[in-house]
Design a protein around this ligand. Structure first.
Ligand code: SF4
Ligand code: FE2
Length: 627
């Protein structure tokens, strides 16, 4: 067993870019050059264009905008707007899932695959389940969940899942999120010209909008996706571009919403469709994924992961991609013109994400089956249009075991038998491992890729050092895919762990880096932290657990960071969220918020320093609780 190195990833990319050069393709690598150096005003967050008297940019000679706003107000407003964008996006994804649940039917396109989970949530929400038809219950729960987006009074239902100590903090600080849409609206209201310019108020609302995402919209997305498509269990798959098959019709699913990809996978498996692919000279159909849509179907179906965010152009550059089918979020508009350099069909499916040079096949619950079938057919028919001279799929893939939902983690922990813990179905075996020092702590590695950081390098190097130091890693999003591509989700990578973590991996039969899903599934990590706190009697902020997004890039990532911090978990970033222009905002985020929520951000671009500071923080937390 050998890890695949980032050098090898880059050699494969270089080879694909040669193909790109032959056909006149553009690439992010070229566009980064054109965009460098970045605008300093934008990069430090000191440019304001929220009213038409501007744009104003703050310099030593011009310390205030025309309205008189100072740099702290401008940076703070920009930060809150950025957060609101992320919270809106995740939450709207969650809302789509609730609508899909509302349309689920015994004989429909979408069914309830995990009725037990639905009943469990119904009980939590005080909804009667006795004697109710499962679809009646699904529709009732979907409607209740949809009301969480706009309810006039009260706070989010999911908050009750947090330990009481955490809920008390949220109440005390006035950051318990109300209706999900209201927190997004309030944020946009606050950042309108002539409203808030006080950093404390802006950052407080950033935390609340983040919580509306993580303990609101994202949690709806995760939990009801599980109800519809099944709660993930450990499953074997493969990762990296080598999962594409030159002899097959290759369909790539990309984006975030599993409603589309689930249906595509369903039809790609249909014998009738496979026969159709064969009629065009292919040996079969391979569906593989990019970004979080990929995580969703990998976790539930073992569909292989072709790559993460900055590999999305690579799948087209293989020359062997018949169709790249996208739903929402993190899709490069570049895929339009790029697909035109090849035979690839670039198929957009959501009114939310429409792009030039794509074929738009609108997808919704009522026509999902029909349209998925049409897309699979289109891909099959496109096989004959391949230019065989351009086909090159890097021979590079790793095995990965994925699918570690909280439910699955609790189950594997039952395997870590210990004389002191005879209770099953809890996180107590993990707490016991942490208390005894066999495992020092846990790091949640999340987030995207960003060309500002050597792609995947930070993710992989950090994870290697963490597991070598007996720190278990839970991962989601593109961070998880980086791990899978490198081989860190192959159970054999246990040999890279310290002795303690290695033993735990053997007992529980798990890899040292656990795939917890997509970016909305960071809500799973919140539930895990809440469960650990409840099972140990500690506050979340006392657990030797930190969060890390070393290569993040999107608004969603900032929203996530805010709810992770607001939940009491220190969060380490490798990219600055455009706040360095304001000493006050930067101070609040990296220190001041600790007084409110018992956690804060650390921003550190040096990867070695970043990992060392996480290990130090974990050891400090251990010392503080005397373990
Ligand atoms: Fe300039 Fe103030 Fe308008 Fe922003 S809100 S563009 S700082 S005048
Ligand atoms: Fe994602």
């Amino acid at each position: 067993f050998k890890l695949t190195s980032v050098d090898e990833f880059e050699a494969a990319t270089a080879r694909l870019l040669e193909t790109g050069a032959k056909v006149g393709a553009d690439s992010w690598q070229l566009r980064v050059k054109n965009q460098s150096p970045h605008c300093k005003f934008g990069e430090t967050g000191v440019c304001c264009r929220i009213c038409a008297m501007g744009p104003c940019r703050i310099t030593p000679k011009a310390p205030r905008g025309i309205c008189g706003c100072d740099v702290h107000g401008i940076v703070g407003r920009n930060y809150l707007k950025f957060t609101a964008g992320g919270a809106a996006t995740h939450s709207d994804h969650g809302r789509e899932i609730c609508h899909t649940l509302y349309l689920s039917a015994e004989d429909g396109n979408y069914k309830v695959k995990d009725p037990e989970k639905l009943k469990r949530i119904a009980k939590e929400w005080g909804v009667e389940t006795e004697g109710k038809d499962i679809y009646d219950l699904a529709h009732e729960m979907a409607e209740l969940a949809l009301l969480e987006y706009g309810k006039p009074f009260g706070t989010q239902r999911w908050l009750k899942r947090a330990p009481q100590t955490t809920q008390d903090i949220w109440d005390r600080e006035g950051i318990a999120p109300r209706a999900i849409d209201r927190e997004v609206s309030t944020s946009l209201h606050m950042t309108h010209m002539g409203c808030s310019s006080k950093p404390e108020a802006l950052i407080r609302q950033s935390l609340r909008a983040g919580l509306a995402d993580g303990w609101g919209g994202s949690m709806c997305g995760t939990e009801f996706s599980d109800v519809l498509f099944g709660t993930p269990k450990p499953i074997d798959t493969e990762a990296n571009l080598g999962v594409m098959n030159a002899e097959n019709v290759n369909i790539i699913v990309h984006g975030h919403d599993p409603s589309l990809s689930e249906m595509i996978c369903e039809y790609a498996d249909d014998p009738e469709m496979i026969a159709y692919a064969k009629s065009f000279g292919a040996k079969g159909i391979t569906v593989s994924g990019v970004c979080c849509t990929s995580n969703e179907v990998a976790m539930r179906r073992g569909i292989p992961m072709a790559g993460n965010f900055l590999q999305q152009e690579n799948v087209v550059l293989t020359g062997a991609c018949e169709a790249i089918v996208v739903d929402v979020q993190c899709i490069f508009p570049a895929l339009g013109p790029l697909s035109k350099c090849f035979h690839t069909k670039f198929i957009t499916t959501s009114p939310i994400a429409q792009m030039p040079d794509s074929e738009f096949i609108e997808f919704h619950a009522e026509n999902a089956g029909e349209n998925a079938k049409a897309i699979v057919k289109l891909a099959c028919e496109n096989f004959v249009n391949r230019n065989k001279d351009l086909v090159y799929i890097p021979d590079m893939k790793q095995k990965a075991t994925v699918g570690y939902s909280v439910e699955a983690i609790v189950k594997v922990l039952d395997g870590v038998t210990n004389s002191q813990v005879d209770e099953t179905g809890t996180t107590k075996p993990l707490i016991e491992c942490i208390t005894s020092g066999v495992i020092r702590g846990a790091v949640a590695m999340v987030g995207c890729n960003n060309p500002k950081i050597r792609p995947d390098h930070a993710h992989i190097e950090l994870m290697k050092k963490l597991i070598a130091n007996d720190i278990v890693v839970i991962a989601s999003g593109c961070a998880a895919q980086a791990a899978a591509k490198a081989g860190l989700m192959d159970k054999q990578s246990k040999d890279l762990c310290g002795a303690g973590l290695k033993r735990v991996c053997e007992l529980a039969d798990i890899p040292p880096v656990l795939h917890m899903g997509s970016c909305v599934d960071i809500s799973r990590m919140m539930i895990l932290a809440a469960t650990l706190a409840k099972d140990s009697g500690l506050k979340i902020s006392q657990l030797p657990v930190v969060g890390c997004a070393p290569e993040w890039m999107s608004e969603k990532a900032v929203s996530i960071g805010n709810y992770v911090v607001a939940t009491g978990i220190d969060t380490f970033l490798g990219v600055d969220p455009y706040v360095s222009g304001s000493s006050e905002v930067a101070e609040l985020l990296t220190n001041g918020v600790r007084e409110w929520v018992e956690a804060a951000y650390t921003v550190e671009k040096d990867i070695d320093k970043l990992v060392d500071s996480m290990i130090d923080r974990i050891e400090e937390k251990r010392a503080a609780i005397g373990i």
